[in-house]
Design a protein around this ligand. Structure first.
Ligand code: C2E
Ligand code: MG
Ligand code: MG
Length: 647
């Protein structure tokens, strides 16, 4: 637009100058040329007529002055040229002798010629012509030049600009069209970028937690690795975190609840990590962490912080959870120099942590020798159960009031021919996943009851506690199977306690209540195992008609150091007593804890401090030296609790 304005101004000035020049020069030219012409004409006529008169004078020197009539006829009037020339003849004294034609109106233009007789001037002839026609003509030419100037001004000024405006308009139109096209293309590009960003985000992030996923973790590792590759002193670690018993949560409380748990756990882990460390979700309940500048020691400290933070109560949909996780660590360069190697070693270390109930485990050479493939392990487990190859250990339970042994918990054990002892946490989960938990539980129940019969025959009356998986509780045949076994071994239900976890009950509270009622009718006691880390509500506990709460060992192990655990344990004991429930504490590892629980009126105690789970032969030897509730074995009824830890 600026350019158009400038062009307009320049063109207007130019065309105005041309128009003015036309207006000025055409009339001026006309006048000048006309004047010149008139002058010439007059000069010619005056000379011609002077010559004519001069000849008359020569032929009649005396009378020419009186023969004016003759002259009038002879003088060229130039009428043919439509010119009214007036001639005035005068003598040498300037006296006008006569005039020919009409005296012209002023302004006039005149030309003089001499009347010569034999070379002597005898008079003058003045030819006069009016300038008015010339002036009129000049005026007309002025009007004409005005018209011409206007036309030229218009043509030069208006027409090109009309065309220019049209061109500009078209340009503007095509420019706006182009702009629309460019905008559309930009929008498409922006949308494409958004879509591709979203696709990249989706490909590299986990939908649920919005954390980076395995692919992103691999990329981040590669980037970090290439940054530190040249630095010989570089150290960093990889952690793999796996939530314990997550499957149980999923199975029992449903996947949406499990999802919320995963989200809450991911937030907890993220909060404990420095910004520079990358946290990724690499599987269902598996997280990986890239500790960019931590060696083994710092990584272990960080891992402990993570398990502690996850252990602190998490509230999910109104349920107070205390979750546990296992962490495996591998450090660069000691445990590997490639991503695959470090990940594999961290995974093996995590598996060892689970196996050994250590929560945090850093990789050591030789660990992989013990790292079985889970599929092979499941097949082996199936075979072992079918062949009766599992073992049953017994861990005694003590009355905290009297210090006497009141019962045992039957705990399954599996020693793999190649990998050695496999942790129950692992093979029970495998059995649940493979659907062989029913035959496993059946074997445990039958073996435990057979053992009870054997003890009864020896005069030993011990309550038998058997762990029941959530899958067993869902099995409609379960109550009937237990009843059949009790009948088969001619045992009272009262001597049997079935330990169920809170989550297995909460899966289908209505069905659980029904099932527990059925078991109670058989006289069987029901205990809520691992109480505190699950999701029980007091309302259900009341309805459930359970007999016992077994506080989870994670609250008991740290009882002396953790004020929160003390509050939970104390209030659980009080609450359970108010509901007429017995309280068992598992995981007692020292005298102080034992005494504290005794002070707090806990009913039953179980733990390594008192006695480890023992195979049947060792248990037989051990029990022979103990006080048994309500009876004396080998006359040792006066033994006190301080002497219990014999093994
Ligand atoms: P649980 O029923 O809570 O069993 C108690 C666990 O605590 C046992 O681990 C026992 O060895 C361990 N324990 C005993 N005293 C202490 C102590 O002082 N400190 C510590 N830290 N731990 C102690 P175990 O035998 O490894 O069993 C682990 C879990 O595996 C059991 O937890 C139970 O849930 C499951 N399990 C074991 N046997 C069976 C079974 O026959 N059937 C089913 N369904 N589950 C079983
Ligand atoms: Mg148990
Ligand atoms: Mg337990």
């Amino acid at each position: 637009m600026q350019l158009e304005k400038r062009l307009r101004r320049i063109t207007r000035l130019t065309t105005l100058s041309i128009a003015l020049a036309i207006i000025f020069f055409i009339p001026l030219g006309y006048f000048t040329v006309g004047l010149k012409y008139e002058k010439k004409l007059l000069a010619v006529y005056s000379e011609f007529n002077a010559d004519l008169i001069s000849r008359k004078i020569v032929s009649n020197p005396k009378a020419w002055r009186s023969q004016t009539g003759q002259f009038k006829q002879n003088l060229a009037p130039a009428v043919w040229q439509n010119k009214h020339i007036y001639y005035r003849i005068s003598d040498t004294q300037q006296k006008v002798l006569f005039g020919v034609g009409e005296a012209p109106k002023r302004p006039v233009f005149s030309a003089r010629a001499r009347l010569l007789v034999e070379g002597e001037i005898v008079g003058n002839i003045d030819a006069q012509i009016s300038l008015t026609p010339l002036l009129y003509g000049t005026f007309l030419s002025f009007l004409l030049s005005l018209a011409v100037a206007w036309v030229i001004f218009y043509l030069l000024n208006m027409l090109p600009f009309a065309a220019l405006t049209r061109v500009m308009k078209r340009l503007e139109e095509s420019e706006s069209k182009l702009k629309v096209e460019v905008d559309a293309k930009e929008n498409a590009l922006r949308e494409y970028r958004q879509v591709s960003d979203a696709m990249v985000y989706q490909a590299t992030h986990d939908d649920l937690t919005e954390l980076p996923n395995r692919a992103c973790f691999t990329q981040a590792f590669d980037k970090h690795f290439s940054n530190v590759a040249d630095n010989e002193e570089a150290v960093f670690s990889i952690m793999i975190f796996d939530l314990n018993r997550f499957k149980e949560i999923n199975d029992n409380l449903g996947h949406p609840f499990g999802d919320e748990v995963i989200k809450a756990v991911s937030r907890r882990i993220r909060q404990t990590l420095p910004e520079t460390d990358l946290l990724a979700r690499i599987g269902g309940d598996e997280f990986a962490v890239l500790l960019t500048s931590s060696g083994k020691k710092a990584a272990i400290a960080q891992a402990k912080e993570i398990v502690d933070s996850v252990k602190k109560h998490i509230v999910v949909e109104g349920y107070h959870l205390s979750l546990q996780g296992s962490i495996g660590i591998s450090s660069y360069p000691a445990h590997g120099t490639t991503f695959e190697e470090l990940m594999r070693h961290a995974d093996i270390a995590m598996y060892c942590a689970k196996q050994n109930e250590k929560m945090v485990c850093s990789y050591e050479q030789g660990y992989e020798d013990n790292g079985p493939d889970r599929l092979i392990l499941t097949a082996d487990l199936r075979q072992t159960i079918d062949n009766g190859g599992l073992a049953l250990f017994f861990q005694p339970k003590f009355s905290l009031k009297s210090g006497e042994v009141v019962g045992v918990e039957a705990l399954a054990r599996w020693t793999h021919p190649e990998y050695g002892a496999i942790a129950p946490e692992i093979f029970i989960t495998l059995a649940e996943q493979a659907g062989i938990i029913h035959s496993l539980t059946e074997w445990v129940l039958e073996t435990a009851l057979q053992q009870q019969v054997a003890w009864n025959k020896q005069g030993l009356s011990l309550d038998m506690a058997v762990n029941i998986s959530s899958r067993n509780l869902q099995n409609d045949q379960f109550t009937q199977q237990v009843s059949t076994l009790l009948e088969k071994y001619d045992l009272e239900g009262a001597g049997l306690t079935l330990e169920l976890t809170e989550s297995s009950i909460m899966l289908d509270p209505g069905k659980s209540i029904e099932r527990i009622h059925g078991l109670s009718k058989l006289g069987i006691k029901v205990s809520i195992d691992d109480y505190g880390i699950g999701y029980s509500s007091l309302v259900y506990l009341k309805k459930l008609m359970v007999h016992e709460l077994k506080i989870d060992k994670s609250f008991i192990c740290n009882l002396l150091d953790d004020d929160n655990d003390q509050v939970i344990v104390r209030s659980t004991i009080e609450m359970a007593h108010n509901l007429n429930l017995k309280v068992v504490s598992e995981g007692i590892e020292n005298t102080e804890i034992y005494n504290l629980l005794k002070e707090q009126n806990c009913d039953i105690a179980q733990g390594h401090y008192l006695c480890d789970p023992l195979p049947i032969e060792q248990f037989g030897k051990w029990i022979s030296g103990q006080s048994i509730a309500g009876q004396a074995i080998n006359g040792n009824s006066d033994k006190v609790i301080s002497s219990l830890r014999t093994l």
